[in-house]
Design a protein around this ligand. Structure first.
Ligand SMILES: Cc1cc2nc3c(=O)[nH]c(=O)nc-3n(C[C@H](O)[C@H](O)[C@H](O)COP(=O)(O)O)c2cc1C
Length: 200
């Protein structure tokens, strides 16, 4: 795979992402998202990248989640995050550092409306990251919610929505033989992107 440094990081990301999908990488949109809380404790988990979002002449990687969960609390206290995609079929990693902002309400609501009904019910049922006494308690809540919303659209919970991750640095890593890997880095500047390579 050849890398074109003349393209911006989003174009290069999309090229790689599409190739990963074509090559059959399962969940090619899965990204590890690392947050850091008030006590400087990092925490990482997978979320699904959904689309790009333009805000204030910036472009961000969107994902959706519960606004009350652990990661949301971390991001409220500290919007600096890091994310990582790894596509084994391509031996390719994309690493992102930046900050998050919540998506406008109407964007989250539109996306929520497109989700499968079971996921919509689940968003109401799950107090994400909170301790629960048993799995059955959750299933009972789901049954009650299915009854409540029978024959109606499920509205987007106020505590559910998206974030855009606006990158300040994006690194494209390509595995090469002999571990002489290629690393292409974009770093955001006032007017665009600095471009340079890093030693593997
Ligand atoms: C493949 C995969 C995709 C996931 N996608 C999401 C997602 O898009 N949004 C989300 O909130 N959690 C997603 N999860 C669950 C998270 O990894 C995590 O368990 C959950 O968000 C709670 O994290 P928190 O307690 O740190 O807030 C996904 C997990 C996996 C394995």
């Amino acid at each position: 795979m050849s890398f074109d440094f003349k393209k911006d990081p989003f174009e290069n990301f999309l090229k790689s992402y599409k190739e990963a999908q074509l090559k059959g990488v399962p969940d090619a949109n899965a990204m590890a998202l690392a947050t850091v809380n008030k006590e400087n404790q990092p925490s990482v988990r997978i979320v699904f990248f959904k689309e790009f979002f333009e805000m204030n002449q910036n472009r961000g990687f969107c994902f959706y989640t519960n606004y009350h969960g652990r990661k949301a609390q971390d991001m409220q206290d500290n919007p600096k995050v890091s994310a990582n995609f790894f596509w084994p079929h391509l031996d390719h990693q994309v690493r992102i550092e930046g900050y998050v902002e919540k998506l406008p309400r109407e964007v989250s609501e539109k996306y929520f409306a497109s989700r499968p009904r079971a996921s919509q019910i689940g968003a109401w049922a799950s107090e994400q990251s909170e301790e629960i006494s048993s799995y059955d308690v959750l299933l009972d809540k789901i049954t009650a919610l299915e009854e409540k919303y029978k024959g109606q659209n499920v509205p987007c919970p106020p505590h559910w929505g998206g974030y855009a991750l606006f990158p300040l640095e994006v690194e494209f890593w390509f595995g090469k033989s002999g571990r002489i890997h290629e690393r292409y880095v974009y770093r955001k500047t006032a007017g665009g992107w600095d471009r340079f390579m890093r030693s593997p």
